[in-house]
Design a protein around this ligand. Sequence first.
Ligand SMILES: Cc1cc2nc3c(=O)[nH]c(=O)nc-3n(C[C@H](O)[C@H](O)[C@H](O)COP(=O)(O)OP(=O)(O)OC[C@H]3O[C@@H](n4cnc5c(N)ncnc54)[C@H](O)[C@@H]3O)c2cc1C
Length: 361
Amino acid sequence: MAKTIAVIGGGLAGRLCAWQLAQAGWRVSLFDRGGREGGEAAAYIAAAMLAPLAEAIDATPLVTALGRQSVARWRRLLEQLPEQVFLQQAGSLVVWHAQDKPLAHQFEQQLSRAWGGDCPAQWWQAEQLASEEPQLAGRFQTGLYLPDEGQLENRQVLSALGAALEREKVDCRWHSEVSPQQLAGQFDWLLDCRGFGAKTDWNAAQGSRLRGVRGEVARVYAPEVSLRRPVRLLHPRYPLYIAPKPDHRFVIGATQLESESGAPASVRSGLELLSALYAVHPAFGEAQILELSSGLRPTLNHHDPEIRFNRQSRMVEVNGLFRHGFMISPAVSEIAVQLIQALANDAPLPEDEAGLIRRQE
Ligand SMILES: Cc1cc2nc3c(=O)[nH]c(=O)nc-3n(C[C@H](O)[C@H](O)[C@H](O)COP(=O)(O)OP(=O)(O)OC[C@H]3O[C@@H](n4cnc5c(N)ncnc54)[C@H](O)[C@@H]3O)c2cc1C
């Protein structure tokens, strides 16, 4: 008989794990307090940039290492999903206004240091910039091109994973807020992927601390503007990016605030996000604002993700994807599924060179 597992939390990590467990022969039930569209998940708000190089400046070495493979891993995963998902890998472009040039040199030095040799960033002069991003011609004299970086359409990912779960006959219980304590004893194993929703339980155990880090993004529709890749604007007050999604939709993100408030985006943040947009191209002045939204990134004190397990309570927890969930979740979910399989079969635990796995007994 197939073993049973309850996945609690059907955001990004929960959907990926539930799908892969079902493919591996488990009978999976998935509980989420929100709906199938994923509206309660941080993943619903995210810009879904796959930018390990740009992020290397602030990310830990572990996150950078996990992120390096992310586009290739997503490509393989998306091939198996029943719905099409936008995945772009055209690199990203960093720009700045003339007066902020020192910021560009500082950014490049930080990149080289963080990447550890062979930093692939390239300087683009005005002519190349104009040929690669025609609508930015004449607006910026120089840019820094970061090859290989990619991005996804986050809501398409959630929708396609929802369809994949249905195809694999996962018992999806949307609009079901539950706790591991409530479900204990009803399934062979539990997998907690509640993100920030797991804060109280996570912090009740020994080890790292979980907190929420607030982020706000804007979504606009700008039929007049075409960008071929995400553009990052270096700016002393608001270093932000503009990610072009299908159909002339753009996501502008993201603020990062040490706050666990789930309130709607503030006027200040809205102004900063939209100012960055307007600074990159005035044609964005005519864009329609579709959405200003906020979310909480599930963050551990060391800023790395963790996979914790407890054999007695038969529970595995995946958390701490912070601001890199899309970038690292293919790698993290793969290790989590391998761990659950090994635990259930009393087999040796998977190799964990990255040091993601923590024993809780
Ligand atoms: C503004 C913003 C921008 C971002 N941009 C990027 C980006 O460009 N690139 C990138 O890689 N990452 C980005 N991220 C980060 C990414 O969204 C997160 O790392 C990722 O969503 C975390 O995945 P998760 O599954 O752990 O949590 P979530 O996606 O938050 O999913 C958790 C799920 O658990 C459910 N849940 C919680 N409590 C319960 C309960 N008691 N019962 C049932 N269900 C429950 C919730 O409803 C939710 O669906 C961004 C995040 C934000 C907020």
